[in-house]
Design a binder for this molecule. Structure first.
Ligand SMILES: Cc1cc2nc3c(=O)[nH]c(=O)nc-3n(C[C@H](O)[C@H](O)[C@H](O)COP(=O)(O)O)c2cc1C
Length: 139
């Protein structure tokens, strides 16, 4: 089994009125599918963008990413990394979620993620470190 990590960033197409609800729905169904597919990872969400880390078997990750890319709830998807992985970083997360809101805006800001420099503007290492920090705080 070839373990890989895939990271992408995208622009959100969710409308403000139901954004939090819809994001919750995305993650709830993602978790169900990811448990079946032995995928772990983390989703970062801001009002305007997503960035997601997917970890798992090469074929499962490719199949999952193939579905994610077609999802009209986001657009402008940019693949930032697809690389072999020795060990999962988000092993306990069928899909972690952190949204930038009143409580997390400070930590997003520490990593430079602001409305003027949103998730897709950042290098993959920054996104991984931010997701790692948020996952530790939420554990
Ligand atoms: C930002 C975002 C993240 C998603 N993450 C996952 C995920 O981790 N795993 C997954 O199976 N589906 C994920 N999805 C959902 C898929 O895009 C798709 O809607 C779902 O797999 C159902 O696909 P189907 O309608 O072709 O059956 C995500 C969707 C979005 C918009």
């Amino acid at each position: 089994m070839g373990l890989i990590r895939l990271v992408y960033a995208s622009e959100s197409r969710l409308v403000e009125a139901n954004r939090r609800l819809e994001t919750g729905r995305i993650v709830a169904s993602a978790r169900e599918a990811n448990v079946r597919n032995e995928i772990t990872g983390f989703l970062l969400a801001t009002p305007a963008a997503f960035a997601q880390v997917l970890e798992g078997d090469r074929h499962s990750v490719a199949e999952t990413y193939g579905r994610i890319v077609l999802d009209p709830r986001h657009a402008g998807i940019r693949l930032l990394a697809e690389e072999p992985l020795a060990q999962r970083r988000f092993a306990n997360w069928a899909m972690g979620l952190a949204e930038r809101d009143e409580t997390t805006t400070f930590i997003f800001g520490l990593f430079g993620v602001t409305p003027d420099a949103d998730l897709p503007e950042h290098p993959v290492d920054t996104l991984l470190d931010l997701a790692g920090e948020l996952s530790r705080q939420m554990a």
